[in-house]
Design a protein around this ligand. Structure first.
Ligand code: PLP
Length: 365
């Protein structure tokens, strides 16, 4: 028997979440962002569920090749563009779209020797200050690209730094939207601006191509302002394990390394086959929620490499073999959002789902 820990990928939930994106922005093309191996879910495992998307967006050529190998013939967008001049040959062969965010990429493109008609996304740095051309350069670069024979279609692209909340005393998208509009208002071409937070919180944006990532996997981009229930999203990954031992503690007994948890009174704890070597973060705080047999309980003591402990004080029926859900859904349908668990270690759902390790057995349902 393998260790009982598994990561279950729920195809129906992936589909449901994709439909939420569509419903929010009915006039947009919905691209499914599958970078980082589909946010840790596995590109091959999400492909069927996302086949009804209008395109896929990701980062590297190896992942683009995997999408093509699955039979996808529609648009594939490289969000950070090309990393070397050679990459253009792959883009040509595989029919990939890509962003251009820097001068050097533009030079590579202008030198591309084969007859090609690329679908290019020109990225504006509208305030995030990671990638893109500054607003004052943007129009000139647009003109340059428009005149290149290698370019068939140009889309205006930018990315929000604060779509998930208020900044500077107002909605976090206002300053970037105003800048973007002021620069491109009279230029032709489609627009692509929204990530998940913008799709959910700013329906009025309605750009031509939306780039939905985290929401498709059932995590709320603006937790704790909104939960997945508020956005009608369903967890797409369930990290499930089992109790492999029970300990009866006396008042004053401790649990785990460093004796970080001391029982205040007699209590039962369960030992779970899940540790930081599976991707459950070691710094997760005592009190972070865990489901046992579908009932809410909580983490006690320090997470070790292969095990962690859960409070069973109020769960007299829990026993060795009882189902434990670290995040996601129980077999009976109880829900523990990854956002709540991430909050227990000061991080976000994105990081937890990307960090489930190779030793965990992935299955699909
Ligand atoms: C990752 C990424 C997205 C998706 O963001 P989510 O918050 O996961 O929806 C969209 N656009 C760009 C450029 C990205 O890098």
């Amino acid at each position: 028997m393998p260790r009982p820990i598994t990561a279950v990928i729920h195809s129906q939930s992936l589909q449901h979440n994709l439909n939420v994106a569509r419903t929010k922005m009915p006039n947009s093309q919905v691209y499914a962002v599958v970078k980082a191996n589909a946010y840790g879910h596995g590109i091959e495992r999400v492909y069927q569920a996302f086949k009804s998307a209008d395109g896929f967006a990701l980062l590297d050529l190896a992942e683009a090749k995997r999408i093509r190998a699955l039979g996808w013939t529609g648009p594939v967008l490289l969000l950070e563009g090309i990393f070397s001049e050679q990459d253009l040959f792959d883009c040509h062969e595989l029919g990939l779209s890509f962003s251009i965010h820097s001068e050097y990429q533009l030079e590579w493109l202008a030198r591309f020797p084969l007859e090609a008609q690329f679908d290019v996304y020109l990225k504006m740095n509208s305030g995030m200050n990671r990638l893109g051309f500054r607003p004052e350069q943007y129009r000139q670069v647009w003109q340059q690209l428009s005149s290149l024979p290698q370019v068939q279609r140009l889309t205006h692209m930018m990315h929000f730094s604060d779509a998930d909340g208020e900044r500077f005393g107002r909605e976090g998208i206002a300053h970037q939207c105003q800048l973007f509009d002021a620069i491109i208002h009279d230029l032709p071409g489609a627009r692509s601006v929204s990530n998940s937070a913008a799709i959910l919180r700013h329906e009025q944006l309605q750009s031509d191509v939306i780039r939905s990532g985290i929401m498709l996997y059932g995590s709320s981009p603006d937790y704790p302002s909104h939960s997945i229930q508020d956005w009608d999203l369903q967890p797409a990954m369930s990290l499930r394990s089992e109790l492999i031992a029970i300990q009866q503690l006396k008042a004053g007994d401790s649990v785990g390394y460093g004796s970080k948890f001391i029982a205040e009174s007699d209590m039962r704890v369960g030992i779970v086959a899940c540790g930081y070597a599976d991707g459950y973060q070691r710094i997760t705080a005592t009190g972070t929620p865990i489901l046992v047999d579908g009932q809410r309980s909580s983490l006690v003591g320090r997470v070790s490499m292969d095990m962690l402990a859960v409070d069973l004080s109020h769960l007299p029926n829990a026993q060795v073999g009882s189902e434990v859900v670290l995040w996601g859904t129980s077999k009976q349908g109880a829900v523990l959002s990854i956002d709540e668990v991430a909050a227990g270690s000061g991080t976000i759902g994105y990081e937890l789902m990307c960090a489930v390790t190779a030793r965990v057995n992935f299955i699909q349902d």
